[in-house]
Each structure stands twice: as structure tokens, then as C-alpha cells.
Write a protein that binds this ligand. Structure first.
Ligand code: KE4
Length: 430
């Protein structure tokens, strides 16, 4: 396989884009080497500008549950685009999209469209602070909710001490209104609430953590978090930007029977177009401007092209779910993880993999993995070598050990068998 055109393109990109990319993870720094530049996608396949073809398990970091260039989604975009790209006044399409999300996500009664997952979580936090008249928020080590200042915060020295900036440019004052505690550690969260509960406006959680590799909640953990927030009058924000419509049609909250106060969405609801959303209980969402005093706005929020793509994607998921789509995704992911574990064991390499709905995690360590500290123990160099070996065999995983893999409704047994063989061969090369 040649990557020469991507290498040239990357050098050109680095002249005019920070690190040559518009989002850091795309630069392949966690796995080394030069990122391949996409030319086009088709179903489960991604083609780079050197003509290499990959079975794609990155799927744009989650949005493409219908794979690349799905005809029905492209047609929906083209049809709406032929009438214009944005209006700045309401469209019925936005109402239809909101009605669809409300009908599918159990806890959401009212929803607001924005343009990214970051905007969704940032807005949900502002709303939670306004609703509870409290300032502090709680996140979890290893969970990622976008790049707004309050969420680029890492754990402080002790559980009950405020966080520290996780990026230059995040002010100490901002970091001091965010706590971060270990995921899946109920005692740590309980201790924090006992000490600082009255200050806490909201807990924001990934119901399945997808940004430290794929990490599942321990049995009963999410329900316990829900009860703890309720008993202290804090809101529970379920960040389903990644898990929404992917773990199950109603998201991870439907899968686990969780009833959050607010939910944030993104990725799948845009089907590859820029869409985020936050929504939840009517009483809370009624505070959002212009109905209420909490200001939040966006020139392109609810953009017709994005709504058309997202609505078509959700309509197709609703239909496909009746045909067993999510069971098929679970089986496909489970088979991939089983092959990964068998291949590792045959070679005496410590591996651990698991899948839930349309996402999966492959770790180079004994496992199981329940939190960031555990995930970080994985052998990142082995993952990097595995990633590149698979790439050369026409299989593209996420370019980082601490990210998740994604499946689409258009990945078939043909791609699964090729991927299983590639996993066995790549493991043998490590
Ligand atoms: P965006 O602002 O990137 O649309 O969404 C932020 C976000 C919020 N919440 C969760 C649970 C997320 O996973 C994300 C974004 N996920 C990353 C993948 N690790 C997007 C990839 C990237 O940053 O380029």
C-alpha cells in the first residue's frame, strides 16, 4: 500500500492548519505515522487519496451508523439543498426532527438543536446551573464531553477538591467549579456529595464511556448515580452524543432503564452533518430562551440540510430496529471482540475486548477495564502497531487505544470475515 499522496497532502495541510487537521485525533499522534486523507466513502468502506480501501470502524467517530454515502441520506440532503441551505427563520423540518427525537428518547420531552456535541453539553451545563441555582458540576476521569472550558478539567488532588485545568487557556476559576471523580466508583461520588453536595448543580456522565476506549458501567452503577443526584437536588445529564441511537434505539438510557433530567446528543442525529442537541424534562427546558431566561443561540442551529440527514437516519433506524438491527450490531461487535481475544491468547498477548450495541473496545491488557486508571494501563505501543498492521490489511480502527470502535448497519458478514482474518494476521505480526 502506498501512502505517498497522503504524506504530501499532510505536509501541505500543516502549512495552514494547526497540526494539519481540524480536530486533534485525526492527526494519528496516538498511533504515529501519517494520517491517510479520505477521498470518498461507500457503505462500510473508506477510500483514501492513494486509492487504498479500508473497512471502516471509525465511521467519523460515530455518526455514520448508516455507513458512508447512504443513497437515502444523500437524497434527503440533496432534495432539501435544492430549496436553499439556511433561512434564519423556523422550518417545519426542525419540528419534525424534534418530534422524532422526543418519540425515541424516553426522558426527552423538549429539545433544542445546536451544531456540535460540545455546544450541547456546554448549554446543558448552563441550564443546569440556572435551574438549580448552584455552580459546581461533576464529571468523571476519562469521560469527554467536548471542549468547553468547564469540561476541560482533570481531577484535583483529592476526591472532594475541585478540578485543575486540563488545557492551557482554561482559567483556574473555571476549573474550580468542576469536580472530577473516577468512573464506576460509587464511593468516590458519594463522598463528594456528602462533602459538597449542596454546591453541585449537575453530574454529567457518559452512560457507556467511549472516550477512554469503550468502558461499560458496573451493574447498578448508573441507577445509583441517579439516586444520589436526586437525593441532593442535583441534575443528572446523560451525555449520549456517542451512545445515542447507537447502543440502542432509545440510547444507553433505554438500554439501562435510566431516567436523566437532561440528555445531550450529537453524531448519529446528524448522520455526518453538523448537529448536536440537548433536551429533557419540560420544566427544565422551559428555562431556555426565548421561553425562559437562559440564553443560548446559533445561526445554523437546526440547519435544514443537517435536519434532513438526521431525520432520515433516525427514520431508517426506527424501521431497522424492528428488523433486529441492534441485535445484529451487538452480535457483529461481539464476534470481533471474541476474535481479538482468541488471537491475542494464541500469541500469549494480554488482550481484552467487549462490545455493546454498535460500539466496541479493544484493549491491549488483561482487563476488565472499569475506569480511566485501568484503561491507561493498556499497552499503547502494541495498539499502535496493531492499528497500522490492520490498516495495511484494509481495516481501519480508531487511531488511538483510548477511543472506541464503531459499527454500521451496512457492515455485512463479508467485511466481518475479512476483519477477523486481518485481526489474526495482524496479531501474529506483533
Ligand atoms: P463534538 O463537539 O466533537 O461534536 O462532540 C463532543 C463530544 C461530546 N460528548 C461525547 C460523549 C463525545 O464522544 C464527544 C466527541 N467525541 C470525540 C471522539 N472521542 C469526537 C472526535 C474528535 O474530537 O474529533
Amino acid at each position: 500500500m502506498s501512502f505517498s499522496r497522503s504524506e504530501t497532502a499532510f505536509n501541505e495541510a500543516k502549512q495552514v492548519l494547526p497540526g494539519g487537521v481540524n480536530s486533534p485525533v485525526r492527526a494519528f499522534r496516538a498511533v504515529g505515522g501519517t494520517p491517510f486523507f479520505a477521498d470518498r466513502g461507500e457503505g462500510p468502506y473508506l477510500y483514501d487519496i492513494d486509492g487504498n480501501r479500508y473497512i471502516d470502524y471509525l465511521l467519523s467517530w460515530g455518526p455514520l451508523i448508516w455507513g458512508h454515502a447512504h443513497p437515502a441520506i444523500l437524497n434527503a440532503i440533496v432534495e432539501v439543498a435544492s430549496k436553499g441551505t439556511s433561512f434564519g427563520v423556523p422550518t417545519e423540518l426542525e419540528t419534525k426532527m424534534a418530534e422524532k427525537v422526543v418519540s425515541l428518547v424516553p426522558s426527552v420531552e423538549i429539545i433544542r438543536m445546536v451544531n456540535s456535541g460540545t455546544e450541547a453539553t456546554m448549554s446543558a451545563l448552563r441550564l443546569a446551573r440556572a435551574y438549580t441555582k448552584r455552580n459546581a458540576i461533576v464529571k468523571f476521569d476519562g469521560c469527554y464531553h467536548g471542549h468547553s472550558d468547564s469540561l476541560l478539567v482533570k481531577a484535583g488532588s483529592g476526591v472532594a477538591t475541585f478540578g485543575l485545568p486540563d488545557s492551557p487557556g482554561v482559567s483556574k476559576a473555571t476549573a474550580e467549579t468542576t469536580f472530577s471523580v473516577p468512573y464506576n466508583d460509587l464511593d468516590a461520588l458519594r463522598e463528594l456529595f456528602q462533602e459538597r453536595g449542596e454546591e453541585i448543580a449537575a453530574v454529567i456522565i457518559e452512560p457507556v464511556a467511549g472516550n477512554m476506549g469503550c468502558v461499560l458501567p458496573r451493574p447498578g452503577y448508573l441507577q445509583a448515580v441517579r439516586e444520589l443526584t436526586r437525593s441532593y437536588g442535583a441534575l443528572l445529564i446523560c451525555d449520549e452524543v456517542m451512545t445515542g441511537f447507537r447502543v440502542a434505539l432509545g440510547g444507553a438510557q433505554a438500554y439501562y432503564g435510566l431516567d436523566p433530567d437532561l440528555t445531550t446528543l450529537g453524531k448519529v442525529i446528524g448522520a455526518g452533518m453538523p448537529v448536536g442537541a440537548y433536551g429533557g424534562k419540560r420544566e427544565i427546558m422551559a428555562m431556555v430562551a426565548p421561553e425562559g431566561p437562559v440564553y443560548q443561540a446559533g445561526t445554523l442551529s437546526g440547519n435544514p440540510l443537517a435536519m434532513a440527514a438526521g431525520l432520515k437516519s433516525l427514520e431508517m433506524l426506527e424501521e431497522a430496529e424492528t428488523q433486529g438491527l441492534y441485535k445484529t450490531l451487538q452480535q457483529y461487535g461481539g464476534t470481533l471482540c471474541a476474535t481479538f481475544q482468541e488471537a491475542g491468547k494464541e500469541r500469549g498477548i494480554a488482550v481484552y475486548g467487549h462490545a455493546i450495541g454498535g460500539m466496541f473496545g479493544l484493549f491491549f491488557q488483561e482487563g476488565p477495564v472499569f475506569d480511566y486508571e485501568g484503561a491507561a494501563k493498556s499497552d499503547k505501543d502494541l495498539y499502535a502497531r496493531f492499528f497500522h498492521a490492520l490498516l495495511r490489511k484494509g481495516v481501519a480502527l480508531a487511531p488511538s487505544q483510548l477511543e472506541s470502535g464503531f459499527l454500521s448497519a451496512v457492515h455485512t458478514d463479508d467485511q466481518l470475515q475479512h476483519t477477523q482474518q486481518a485481526i489474526r494476521e495482524a496479531m501474529a505480526e506483533l
